[in-house]
Write a protein that binds this ligand. Sequence first.
Ligand SMILES: [Zn+2]
Length: 173
Amino acid sequence: MRETSYSPHQRLYMEEALFEADQAALIGEVPIGAVIVHDGQIVGRGHNLREHGNDATLHAEVRAIEEACATLKSWRLNDCQLYVTIEPCLMCSGAIVNARIPEVFYGARDPKAGAVDSLYQTLTDDRLNHVVTVHEGLLAKSAGERMVTFFRAARKRQKAAKKARRAAQTPEN
Ligand SMILES: [Zn+2]
């Protein structure tokens, strides 16, 4: 299911997910954020922490799911909605299915790793025992811009570091 208009509440939750993405960017992590909502309350939130945690599984969605499960004292999040700034990957889509989350809102697509629409359609694959209602595009521009800015700065830093290394190798006369 795809919708193009969203309620003010839905926009607010995605803004919270964008806030999480900014927390990641502030410490040099890929800016992706997520929140989980239950009965109108945010019960779990997270941002990417892969570098700081030295852990490949520390994606925003996984962290938000862990927190929501702890808050609700249940592995089943079947009355919850997940909001995430970027299309979930294979791992996170798997976690969403396993947590039985019925509804997911994501901002921008991830053409290289997205497993909801881009590369795979895991959340809407009816061979699985749990099918998710997916809403794509909520505040997508804000989510995408954060990624573009982040990777542009990362490339710039890499270029500067390379230049500095080369300069250090050149003997002075
Ligand atoms: Zn992921």
